[in-house]
Each structure stands twice: as structure tokens, then as C-alpha cells.
Design a protein around this ligand. Structure first.
Ligand SMILES: [Ca+2]
Length: 371
């Protein structure tokens, strides 16, 4: 009840600002370097014949224009090969020779190197699509190369590598594999290493189309590699089990905070607070000013946590005058319904003492609520 009152009468107890600032600054002037994990996604090395999507990789197909994406849900055996591919039994599909020897007996006409991926367009000009979905925002480098794998006639395909709907590179592949299976197919087209800045969830696709002359003899070797150059540094703090705050369960991301705008007057929302640090001091900071992203100067702790509230905002306050209220608990979570009857704009972020954290504190995500 006290907390509900606190929310309803915001801003609540003032002060605490100076000590809060001191704590943050003393505990952490340095922002940790960002690193990538994993560093490299190699379509052949990562390939799965049983899972789709498979981590960042998805195996699918598109319409002839290359403007759609359909995820394969099942596997089939190509009539001219003995190994399974993602497909439906026609020529359209994606597979990998998972043996350590070249596959030389696919209808006697196709040479698939050991541990390499082969893609084939469809009978109705559908394109085979190998898709990578960015797990995080940042800068990545895309590399690809291709070769024809049929020996009775040149492979004739058209390759497109795209970032979302934007084409990064395209080329025709028109060559054949050597008749001797022990000789690798020569690379016919190579995409220069290309740096791309992506947002989390962006897609980078490799599409193999039939080249406009049908899909006969169009087996294509595909080497497709994406390397992380630098992940985008987080701009906003996210929740953890040590400190979690949300409104109606909505979570932000490292690049996008949880925002509630144009909330109807009188509408009831729910403030959720959670921490496993029962018995520890805690607090909630509240202010009317907009959030500050890390790149705009938000203080950051030694463990990389970001104080997104504007601590210099005159309206900034803390519920318990900076950790001076009752300790957190005895339950690990609180659910507090609230509503406003007058136009209100506020941002909030939770802080909990966390002895196991190098900075000594845990911060929740910031949330902004605007009526
Ligand atoms: Ca063709």
C-alpha cells in the first residue's frame, strides 16, 4: 500500500540524488569492452540437417522474385542423391554433404565436396534461400563464394545476397565441376568481404535462383560466412533476476527501452518488481525527464550496467531516499496496479544492493510511461 501511494503521489521522497550519483560514479567509471560470441557464423560448419531454424541460420525458399521467405519444415531425399536436404522432394532445396569424402554419385553428374553446402533452385523458378538472422545489433562482415557442381552441363544460376530487402551483391554463376571427383569445383563467383551494420533481427539472405533458363544442372556450391566485427554497445539497461522492473510485463532491449505512450487516462497498468536479493536494500528512482541512452552520457557501472534515468532532472527522486527503506522481501516479486487521473510522464528504474556483483548493485531496465 505504501508503494502504491508512492506511485500515485510521485514524485515521492526527494533527495538521495547526490549519494546515488556518488555510488554510481565511484563504483564504475569504466565501461567494459564489447565482444562477440560467437565470432563467426559459417553456414557449412553450423549446418543442421535436423533443426530449422538452426540458431541464427534458417533454411527456406522464396518466390521467383526473391521477395518472400518460406521456412522448410521437412526434409526429403533428392532423387539424384543419397543424402537428405531441406526440401519437399523436388529439386528445390538446401543440403550438406556431411561425410568427409566428396559425394560423386548424385546421379553420376554432380560433385559435392566433403562438408560443403549445395543449394538448388526450384522447378518453377523458386529460389533456394539460406538466411542468417542477426542475434544482436552491430557491425558484421559478410563473405560468400559459389561454384557450379554439375558436370554434364554448366550450372547456370543467379546469386543474390541481401540485407533485409536491400541487395548487397549479386552475380551469375555459370561453370561446371571437373569430371574427376577428386578435383574441387573451381569457385566461379565470390562476393567481396562486405561490412554491414545491422539491428537485432535483421536478415542477411543468400538466394540461389535458376538464372532465367530453368533449373537443369543448377546444383550450386555455397560458401557463406558472417563474422562479427563489433556488436553495438547497449544503450539501455535490461532486467535481471537481481533487479527487474516492468509495466504490464513489457521488456525493452539493449537498444530499445520499454515505452508506454498515449496511455488512456484512468487506465490501470501494473508495475512489476522482482529481485532474488531478498533482505537487501533497494529503491526505485523516478523522474519526469526522458531516459538517457548510454551513447548520450548515461552513467555506467563497472559491470556495464546503465543508469538511464536523468539524475540531474530536478524532478528526480527515490522512493526510499536512496536505499534507506525496508529491505527487499520477503517475497521475490511485487505486483502493483496503478493509474493516473491527470496527464503524467515519468520514467522509473529499480536499484537493488547486490553483493555478488562487482559494482555492488543491480539495476533494472528503465521504463517510461506517458499519458
Ligand atoms: Ca539455370
Amino acid at each position: 500500500m505504501r508503494l502504491m501511494t508512492a506511485i500515485g503521489l510521485m514524485p515521492i521522497p526527494s533527495v538521495g540524488l547526490s549519494s546515488f550519483l556518488i555510488a554510481v560514479v565511484l563504483l564504475s567509471p569504466v565501461r567494459p569492452a564489447q565482444s562477440c560470441s560467437p565470432q563467426v557464423w559459417d553456414a557449412a560448419t553450423d549446418f543442421s540437417s535436423t533443426t530449422n531454424p538452426n540458431g541464427a541460420w534458417s533454411y527456406g525458399w522464396s518466390n521467383p522474385q526473391g521477395t518472400s521467405f518460406n521456412l522448410w519444415s521437412g526434409q526429403a531425399t533428392w532423387g539424384w542423391c543419397t543424402f537428405q536436404v531441406w526440401g519437399s522432394g523436388s529439386w528445390l532445396g538446401i543440403g550438406k554433404n556431411q561425410s568427409n569424402s566428396p559425394l560423386c554419385t548424385c546421379n553420376g553428374l554432380t560433385r559435392i565436396p566433403a562438408q560443403r553446402i549445395v543449394m538448388h533452385p526450384g522447378n518453377y523458378a523458386e529460389r533456394a534461400v539460406l538466411r542468417w538472422t542477426a542475434p544482436t545489433a552491430g557491425a558484421f562482415q559478410v563473405s560468400a563464394q559459389f561454384a557450379g557442381l554439375d558436370i554434364n552441363a554448366p550450372t547456370t544460376v543467379y546469386i543474390t545476397v541481401s540485407h533485409n530487402s536491400a541487395v548487397l551483391w549479386s552475380a551469375a554463376v555459370t561453370n561446371s565441376a571437373p569430371s574427376s571427383c577428386s578435383i574441387p569445383a573451381p569457385i566461379a563467383a565470390a562476393m567481396p568481404a562486405t561490412n554491414v551494420t545491422v539491428s537485432a533481427g535483421d536478415t542477411i539472405d543468400c538466394l540461389v535462383g535458376d538464372g532465367g533458363n530453368g533449373n537443369g544442372n543448377d546444383s550450386t556450391l555455397v560458401e557463406f560466412t558472417i563474422s562479427c566485427l563489433a556488436p553495438q554497445a547497449p544503450e539501455y539497461q535490461t532486467n535481471s533476476f537481481a533487479a527487474s522492473l516492468d509495466i504490464n510485463g513489457v521488456l525493452g532491449t539493449p537498444q530499445t527501452p520499454a515505452l508506454f505512450v498515449n496511455v488512456p487516462f484512468g487506465a490501470t497498468a501494473n508495475l512489476g518488481l522482482l529481485s532474488w536479493n531478498v533482505g537487501q536494500p533497494w529503491d526505485v528512482g523516478v523522474g519526469l525527464a526522458p531516459l538517457i541512452p548510454a551513447s548520450a552520457g548515461a552513467p555506467t557501472t563497472s559491470s556495464g550496467q546503465i543508469v538511464n534515468l536523468n539524475l540531474t532532472d530536478p524532478s528526480f527522486s527515490l522512493w526510499f531516499n536512496f536505499l534507506l527503506g525496508p529491505p527487499w522481501g520477503p517475497t521475490t516479486s511485487l505486483s502493483l496496479p496503478f493509474s493516473f487521473s491527470v496527464p503524467t510522464s515519468l520514467s522509473a528504474q529499480m536499484i537493488v544492493v547486490a553483493p555478488s556483483n562487482p559494482s555492488g548493485i543491480a539495476l533494472s531496465q528503465p521504463v517510461t510511461f506517458v499519458q
